[in-house]
Ligand binder design. Structure first.
Ligand code: COA
Length: 243
């Protein structure tokens, strides 16, 4: 395995804390005025014990949010436990964080996946706000915290994501947070027994795409500018407060 990928996988593994005595590493979330908003709490191997009820809660969030994924199915506590175990914890190339408010309310989740050695990139995925109507701006804060960690901690050169083309709210959210559109990925329907699935590969020659993903990428310069300006503004406020 190449060195860069090996390092990313090793860091993700540390955050997932397979040994229950490993330290729990959370990332603090601050808003642009440097006010503490909450934490990114990694989903760890011991989550059944240390985050009781979280699988049932995530299943309810998922069912209340059809725009989360092109694939439609009804999530249950059991299917979510299985998803966390096989698709998050056992996958060395993936991490999921719960977004917690300052008072420890579970608000949503988001993660990183798909390390690309050549691009030195990760993809933002599983972005979902489950708790609506409270803590405005917390998902932006959470995304910015993960981006900051990605750029400075993981030394990423590129951060991407995919979003359905008809998900106007999420696209506006990403654009506000310095992502821009780079490509379109057509999706083709796969007929399933109990669920609808969409994949980027045609199932038969004449098949027309039924949905579309936009690929988006972080404008790192714009993000640095925005965050430098925010830090400058926060320092200015601090100085004024100290006079
Ligand atoms: C995409 C998603 C996570 C965005 O969440 P969100 O709640 O809009 O994002 P934030 O927590 O940053 O809150 C933004 C809102 O808070 C307001 N706000 C207040 N203070 C703010 C601050 N300091 N920073 C940012 N926003 C702030 C914004 O104006 C915005 O209000 P609006 O929605 O009326 O425009 C959410 O809509 C979601 O879960 N969607 C369903 C799942 C989904 O589609 N996921 C994406 C898959 S690719």
């Amino acid at each position: 395995m190449k060195r860069w990928r090996k390092n990313i996988i090793s860091v993700l593994k540390t955050f997932k804390a397979k040994n229950p005595y490993d330290p729990l590493i959370c990332l603090p979330v601050y808003n642009s005025e440097k006010v503490f908003m909450g934490y990114l709490r990694p989903v760890t191997w011991d989550c059944a014990a240390t985050l009781p009820g979280s699988a049932a809660q995530m299943a309810a969030w998922r069912n209340g949010c059809p725009s989360f994924s092109p694939n439609s199915f009804t999530a249950t506590e059991e299917s979510t436990v299985n998803w966390l175990e096989t698709e998050i914890l056992a996958r060395e190339d993936r991490i999921l964080f719960l977004v917690l408010s300052a008072d420890r309310t579970r608000v949503g989740h988001l993660g990183f996946s798909a390390p690309d050695e050549r691009e030195k990139s990760l993809e933002v995925d599983a972005v979902l706000r489950g708790e609506t109507g409270r803590f405005p701006g917390l998902m932006s804060g959470a995304l910015n915290t993960m981006v900051r960690w990605g750029l400075s901690g993981l030394k990423l050169k590129k951060i991407t994501l995919r979003v359905l083309s008809d998900n106007a709210h999420a696209i506006a959210f990403y654009e506000r947070n310095c992502f821009f559109r780079t490509a379109e990925i057509p999706l083709y329907r796969v007929a399933g027994q109990d669920r609808e699935k969409w994949v980027p590969v045609k199932q038969f020659d004449s098949q027309k795409p039924g949905k579309l993903y936009f690929r988006m990428q972080l404008d790192i310069e714009a993000w640095n500018r925005a965050n430098r300006e925010q830090s400058d503004a926060a320092r200015q406020t601090e100085r004024q407060g100290n006079l």
